[in-house]
Design a protein around this ligand. Structure first.
Ligand code: HXC
Ligand code: NAP
Length: 304
């Protein structure tokens, strides 16, 4: 379901008119709400994912709810692990003009004891988050530089980039790599108009993340979470407003920053999933089976 009304956003109608934005993994979760906010403000938004039906359904749902704002939302089936597929997708997008913004949001993740990971298990995450996000950035970046176009790249990281992520090591390593990409390219490409920032969200419960990080747990808000200074999970509106700000040209002097939106939880002693240190074999087997079912369900819907 589309989530927002104009009163959920801190911006004026039409703010994002003329902006053309690609959000990887925009068919679900955080990507979907960022797409919705940009669309409501008049942008042309492209969303991609491996499940063609999911991105198409999301694009239709968002257009039905917000198409009247003058923007556009288009779903494209693309696996960002495949550089040629990224190139084809960007050819399709660029046919209507250069992108003005890219959100590196697509990700894969699951909790696991690191000693239980196989090389394929590591690659399953690193090939999406680390390599895939870089390949999308590189292909779009070459086009921006060749055409002398300005653009804003926003990568969705986690606060683990600052303090590590026990039991989510391939994700934490990959996100840390993107954090360094953000800082490096902010300098290397900043003087040619392509700027880089990142958002490090705390917990924003989504079906995709919770099935793999909190298997069996509910995505409903908990009454009070003592591990977060503000005592609660993130609200999708808060994330969407921050993303719009970073994508809009009026934030142009912000470059090379990673902004946490986590209610201050990483400052309170963010140990990621360190609480799972108390789990034994039985708990890990149960979690792995639950994650496996979620992966199988999603895989059956993939079209690329
Ligand atoms: C150990 C596991 C495992 C588990 C899978 N593997 N689950 N290893 N513990 N629980 C291993 C498999 O055994 C296999 O290795 C390898 O990983 C590949 O598994 P597949 O299921 O074939 O992978 P694939 O179909 O490519 O799926 C990729 C995926 C999946 C990453 C595993 O979860 C996915 O598609 N996720 C996309 C959505 C997602 O993850 N969203 C959450 C993002 S949230 P072997 O050697 O056995 O063949 C996030 C941060 C949230 O990133 C932060 C919250 C605070
Ligand atoms: P999600 O709904 O599972 O979103 C992940 C998206 O990535 C899915 O739409 C998935 O679609 C897409 N994707 C995965 N592999 C892909 C590939 N190879 N090519 C193209 N698309 C791919 O999870 P989420 O919670 O919204 O997470 C979104 C982002 O926020 C991620 O970067 C995550 O690390 C970050 N984050 C989330 C939280 C949180 O609390 N939710 C906290 C911190 C950071 P397909 O399966 O169809 O490909």
């Amino acid at each position: 379901m589309a989530e927002f009304a104009m009163s959920d956003l801190m911006f004026r109608e039409g703010l994002m008119k003329g902006q053309r934005i690609l959000i990887t993994g925009g068919g679900t979760g955080l990507g979907k709400v960022m797409a919705e906010a940009c669309l409501m403000l008049g942008a042309e938004v492209y969303i991609c994912g491996r499940r063609g039906g999911v991105v198409e359904d999301t694009a239709k749902e968002l257009m039905d709810a917000h198409g009247a704002a003058g923007g556009k939302c288009v779903g494209v089936a693309c696996d960002i692990r495949v550089p040629e597929a990224i190139h084809d997708m960007l050819d399709q997008v660029w046919a209507g003009g250069a992108l003005t913004g890219l959100v590196n949001n697509a990700a894969g993740n699951f909790i696991s004891r690191t000693e239980d990971l196989s090389p394929r298990g590591f690659d399953a995450i690193a090939n999406i988050v680390f390599r895939g996000s870089f390949f999308v950035t590189l292909d779009a970046g070459k086009r921006w530089l060749a055409e002398g176009k300005h653009a804003s790249v926003v990568s969705i990281l986690t606060t683990w980039v600052w303090h590590g992520g026990p039991f989510t090591v391939p994700s934490a390593m990959s996100k840390a790599g993107l954090n360094v990409m953000t800082q490096s390219l902010a300098v290397e490409w900043g003087n040619r108009g392509v700027r880089f920032n990142a958002i490090a969200p705390g917990p924003f419960p989504t079906e995709g993340a919770w099935a793999r990080l909190n298997p069996g747990g509910s995505t409903r808000p908990e009454a009070h979470d003592p591990t977060i200074p503000l005592g609660r999970n993130g609200d999708m509106r808060e994330l969407a407003n921050l993303a719009v700000y970073l994508l809009h040209p009026l934030s142009a002097y912000v470059n090379g920053q990673t902004i946490a939106i986590d209610g201050g939880s990483h400052l309170q002693g963010g140990g990621g999933y360190s609480r799972l240190s108390s789990w034994g074999d039985a708990e890990w087997e149960q979690a792995r089976n639950a994650i496996k079912s979620a992966n199988e369900k999603d895989r059956a819907q993939r079209t690329v």
